[in-house]
Design a protein around this ligand. Sequence first.
Ligand code: S3P
Length: 455
Amino acid sequence: MIPAMSVGSKSTVLESRMPKMFRAKTISPGGNIHGVLELPGDKSISHRYAILAALAEGRSEILNYSSAADCKSTLACLRRLGVGIDFERERLRISGNGLDGLKAPRRSLDAENSGTTIRMLSGVLVGQSFSSTITGDRSLRARPMRRVVEPLRKMGGKIEAQEGDRAPLEIRGGALHSIDYSLPIPSAQVKSAILLAGLYADGVTIVRETVRTRDHTELALREFGATIETVNKSVRMHSRPKLQARQLIVPGDLSSAVFFIAAALILPDSALMLHNVGLNPTRTRVLDFLISIGAAIHLASVQLRDSELIGDVSVKHSALSGGEIGGAQVAEMIDELPMLAALGPFTEKGVEIRGAQELRVKESDRIATLAAGLRRMGATVEEFEDGLRVEGRSAGPLRGAKVDAAGDHRIAMALSIAALGAKHDTVIRDADCVAVSYPEFFDTLKRLRGEGTGS
Ligand code: S3P
């Protein structure tokens, strides 16, 4: 059993006096991680519950809604579509407009940094009787949208994208027909966009996958009353269900938990207990991988709540052997790859990731930003077109450095955790971007290191 809170190191996480947009964090190394943590709601599930509650009839109440800026972007877009939303302290109340009750927005919808918002809402917007434009920040406007535009056009959707199939997307609503679509690249966002458009199509929409991506949309659609089934990685959904308001609790975000799990693994004498973490099998491959390389991770109290598996996860400092990640694993733990790569220098054999070209079109080119950051910290990194290899302990310890998160939340958090095991302080530039998925990240890190909260 994991001990209760104990005091970790006296090292500090200082906030520098830079302007907000460029605020940096200084991470001092050492100490350990101890305590009990309840994570903010899962980002992926939060987006889905909000969108489906908006399309349902009646008043939904969603507890533990994610505090991520991305999930607030989804709420802002839904408000612009005439949905009544009340969000206070992780409690979200949405008065659903019904499938046909959204209103034409007076201005463009802004998904800001959120790929899930723009891609999923595109699926909703093509099915409306009005026109709309959806866009995002500079990073989002540089990300590929063909993957979602193409199948939605096949359904009869009228979408104009910018050169190179980028946002802003101008969407003219109209009649849709169902399709039977095989995803050319594994993407839960694209699968979800097609299913959401399928709500408005005639007949049965089918999405076929080669790799099973996260299935939160399917589970949430069923919770809200849609008829949907998955057989052999093919999802079939009937159109025009009557979606009904629900009361739901969002599980803790496993992708955020992984940063603290990694911190506990690398810092000696660490022990951490995480409660009510989402353990949907389409998300837990990262835990399987960590356990396979020697991580002392245990699950307890696993149960089904609102169709999602949740449970408690305990983790202790462990000797990690390292290993290779490739094939189907890549899609199954796509958001955790930055942290796993940054664990490389703390393992015996290093960590190699291949077949992960997708990382190049995330919030940043994650292969390039990770390689640059880890190299600055003294790691030996080989970069491939489709991944990277980070050498293990024999290449020497990490050292403190000034590193750039390139505005990418998961890079900022992965480098912060690596910095805990480095010699001397590390300065993470642009560290504010953690708010995209985990605004409380640095405060929680402080608390788990026994430093109390507050800045
Ligand atoms: C997400 C799916 C994944 C993931 C993203 C969230 C989702 O993206 O990387 O952070 O909520 O459906 P892709 O669909 O592009 O793989």
